[in-house]
Design a protein around this ligand. Structure first.
Ligand code: 0O2
Length: 246
């Protein structure tokens, strides 16, 4: 007869299984949201003739960071407590080209029937003291498992490239100094955040001007560009194919 593993080992195995099942639902929720974003992106591209999304990334928070967060907030340590108190176990980050795209993507996501918006934090209208800017949507989506439907929270952070650049550097500095960033660096980060916001405003202005020029040039040029995009042809290839057509 095979030897039974000691009780502690059995408990650990059970805990590991429970954790894997727990995290799986968050991964499924992430998959749902990223698929939705991909569809919206393609639709937006088709309607507006440009790609509003530069990059999408997602992650399930590691068990270590979940434990650290619970301990930091003096909360009970259990899966139930994680589920109840941690709303960012599943996180998606969408990086857009322009600030107006952020609100458009957010509007499109909010319109989805099976996306329940629980909270919106607009750190673009009201940046954090650190200078941090982004639009945060806390949503809940149904995850259909074999034996039940679970409603799972996902935190969606939507930001521009400039905001993302700032946030990733600030995040590194924040953790390097163990959350106690020296005043001089804090000040410089706030200045950098203001420069990033100014760049975003400038880019948005240029983007609007481009759009107006495009509209003035009329539908003929647009139709030609669409034809090129749809056929995925380069300009010389387009002319060659015209020659071939006669
Ligand atoms: P990580 O390592 O990115 O996951 P809470 O989430 O409840 O602790 P809060 O502040 O109410 O607290 O949530 P909020 O404002 O929605 O922020 C959650 C996430 O936004 C953070 O997750 C960061 O990813 C990002 N964030 C918020 N403020 C800043 C900031 O000043 N700088 C940077 N770089 N990112 C920020 P975590 O769990 O704190 O960190």
């Amino acid at each position: 007869m095979a030897e039974q593993p000691p009780l502690q080992l059995q408990q650990l195995k059970k805990l590991k299984q429970e954790m894997t099942r727990f995290l799986m639902t968050y991964q499924f929720a992430l998959d749902e949201i990223t698929t939705k974003i991909e569809i919206l992106q393609q639709e937006f591209h088709y309607m507006n003739d440009y790609n509003p999304i530069e990059h999408v990334s997602s992650r399930v928070k590691s068990p270590e960071s979940m434990l650290t967060k619970l301990m930091r907030k003096n909360l009970p340590i259990s899966l139930a407590s994680m589920e109840e108190h941690l709303t960012d176990i599943a996180g998606v980050r969408v990086t857009c080209s322009f600030v107006s795209d952020i609100y458009e993507i957010s509007r499109m996501l909010q319109q989805q029937k099976d996306v329940d918006v629980l909270e919106i934090k607009d750190y673009i209208q009201e940046p954090k003291e650190s200078g941090y800017q982004s639009l945060h949507l806390l949503v809940r989506v149904p995850v259909f498992m074999s034996d039940r439907t679970k409603y799972v929270c996902v935190e969606i952070q939507i930001r521009t490239i400039a905001m993302d650049f700032w946030a990733s550097l600030e995040h590194k500095i924040f953790y390097k100094y163990n959350r106690d960033v020296p005043d001089r660096l804090r000040q410089e980060l706030q200045e950098a955040a203001a420069s990033a916001a100014a760049l975003d405003r400038k880019m948005e202005k240029l983007h609007l001007e481009m759009k107006e020029i495009k509209e003035e040039n009329g539908p003929e040029e647009e139709a030609f560009e669409l034809l090129l995009n749809n056929r995925r042809l380069t300009l010389p290839e387009a002319f060659l194919s015209e020659d071939n057509d006669g």
